[in-house]
Design a protein around this ligand. Structure first.
Ligand code: ADP
Ligand code: MG
Length: 504
């Protein structure tokens, strides 16, 4: 029975089908992907398709002729093509970040007739993954943050001396760790210090990344309970069905599968110390009732037991949500709200205390350096000015991440505004406008412009002076430097460029 009819023009033999499939797949990739290139066994680029050419300028390559013939790592920083050539293993999906941006890429080895690797093909599946793969990237960023937090916690625990004994956690931050001398920062520290003296519940209200957790640690460390444990639960991170056990514990053999020894809840673990309830606004309503009862009675009932266990815990709760609005909408119990709202502390967002940005940058840079075993990154004045003008919806956590990414990416130890802009754009944030006027826009009027951090204002003035002198001297840098009475090296530094020896 002939398979090959007019309706099905497929080749009859396996080899023919394979070749057809390979050809079609290649054409598909070539048209659907953002770009492709081939390297030979030595890692030399031998071919690029039309689509790939658009990436060349961002890679700092002016023409295809400057690209083809070069070693792949010379022209594509951070590429992993060499590993594919060496191992013969494909990398089907990977994220590649370099000075041209972040890309979703695929790397496939090419085998000769004898099965040996003869080269490899690199494919850019998506550029701008921050827009095309937003959910995935957001998840990735979230995981990265959690990993960073866990690493920090671990490092803090390791460096903590003397060890307090098994299972007992000590607060890792004091008020001294809360960097900031602006009126808003001073006021929040004053309120938190006062709260530390009391035994009542504290409620920390503020956007994500403003330092609520840090303050909770500091309050504990400054309280009479500082020798007791500090235990935290992030309510948003624990599935609703597990929260009750997490809070109150499980009695021995409470249900099939429960451990014979039972499990202690966080209330019990925090006995004699402080229990930090993070993201309290995300608490499911059935548990709100149980938490209220526990707070009122000072007793808990572990799951599967009918005994009440007393505890002695000071609660510090935090939320980034509008708790009063949740109460109005019937999503948060009013009685629990009032129980927690004894000492409310509003933690201001970073944009309300921009004056603290230079000090924060310095502290965060030192901390990054310490953790990563590098020298602290140095921010050029234009970079500091940009950070000072940013909206910072993610507050200090976002500032920290931006600094970390910029520092990791910079080949020198300096970070300029352009590098920061790139990092910001890739995380889906529009960089603040760099012009002096737009920078001032966030502060309202001229009087307010003069009240911005001095470093920001000085950087702005420098930028304007350099721009004016450069334009007067037609871009001649030597004349510009002389005119301004600074060295050429200083001029380059202020412009955020390396000193070029071919300069006029
Ligand atoms: N005032 C501050 N000084 C120094 N670092 C801070 C300050 N506030 C927050 N941070 C840092 O910013 C990050 C986020 O703070 P965190 O307390 O987790 O915020 P929140 O709990 O409000 O989301 C942490 O790495 C923290 O150490
Ligand atoms: Mg938090």
């Amino acid at each position: 029975m002939p398979l090959h009819t007019d309706a099905s023009p497929l080749p009859l033999d396996a080899q023919g089908i394979l070749e057809l499939a390979a050809r079609s797949m290649f054409q598909l990739f070539s048209t659907m992907s953002q770009g492709m290139f081939l390297v030979d066994l030595s890692g030399r680029i031998v071919w690029v398709n039309e689509g790939y050419r658009r990436f060349l300028p961002d890679l700092g390559v002016h023409s295809v002729h400057d690209f083809v013939g070069r070693m792949v790592e010379e022209v594509i920083p951070n590429t992993q093509m060499r590993q594919v050539l060496e191992t013969g293993q494909p990398v089907l999906v990977d994220l590649l970040t370099n000075k041209a941006g972040t890309f979703v890429v695929s790397r496939i080895p090419l085998h000769g007739d004898d099965g040996r690797v003869i080269g490899a093909i690199g494919i850019v599946l998506f550029d701008h993954p921050e827009t095309t793969l937003q959910p995935l990237i957001a998840k990735f960023a979230q995981l990265q943050r959690e990993l960073d937090d866990a690493r920090r916690e671990l490092a803090a625990q390791r460096s903590r001396l003397p060890v307090a004994g098994p299972g007992v956690r000590r607060a890792k931050h004091t008020f001294a760790s809360f960097v900031g001398a602006s009126p808003a920062a001073t006021e929040v520290k004053r309120q938190a210090r006062r709260a530390a003296q009391s035994q009542s519940p504290v409620l920390l209200l503020g956007e994500t990344g403003t330092g609520k957790e840090l303050l909770a640690h500091a309050i504990h460390a400054a309280s009479t309970r500082s020798q007791g444990p500090f235990v935290s639960v992030n309510i948003a991170a624990v599935p609703d069905t597990l929260l009750e056990a997490e809070f109150f514990g499980v009695a021995p053999g409470a249900y099939t599968g429960a451990s014979v020894r039972g499990r202690e809840g966080k209330f019990k673990l925090a006995d004699g110390g402080t229990l930090f309830l993070d993201e309290i606004g995300d608490m499911p309503s059935n548990l709100q009732a149980k938490l209220l009862r526990a707070l009122q009675e000072g007793e808990i009932e572990p799951l599967g037991s009918n005994q009440l266990v007393p505890f002695d815990v000071r609660v510090v709760a935090a939320t980034s949500r509008d708790l009063a609005a949740l109460v109005r909408d019937g999503l948060f119990r009013e009685d629990l709200f009032y129980r927690l709202h004894v000492l409310p502390i509003r933690v201001p967002p970073l944009r309300e205390r921009r004056a603290d940005i230079p000090a924060l940058v310095e502290a965060l840079a030192d901390d990054l350096a310490l953790r990563n075993g590098i020298a602290p990154p140095e921010l050029l004045p234009d970079a500091l000015a940009l950070l000072g003008a940013q909206a910072w919806r993610g507050n200090i956590r976002e500032l920290r991440n931006v600094l970390e990414q910029a520092a990791m990416r910079s080949e020198t130890l300096t970070v300029d505004a352009e590098q920061l802009r790139q990092v910001l754009r890739e995380s889906g944030v529009e960089p603040a406008a760099p012009t002096p006027d737009a920078g001032g826009a966030s502060t309202g009027d001229d009087g307010a412009a003069l009240l911005r951090p001095l470093a920001v204002q000085v950087a702005e003035l420098e930028r304007r002076a350099i721009a004016a002198a450069l334009s007067l001297h037609g871009g001649n840098k030597l004349a510009t430097a002389r005119h301004l009475g600074i060295s050429r090296a200083t001029l380059y530094e202020r412009m955020g460029q390396p000193l070029a020896n071919t300069d006029k």
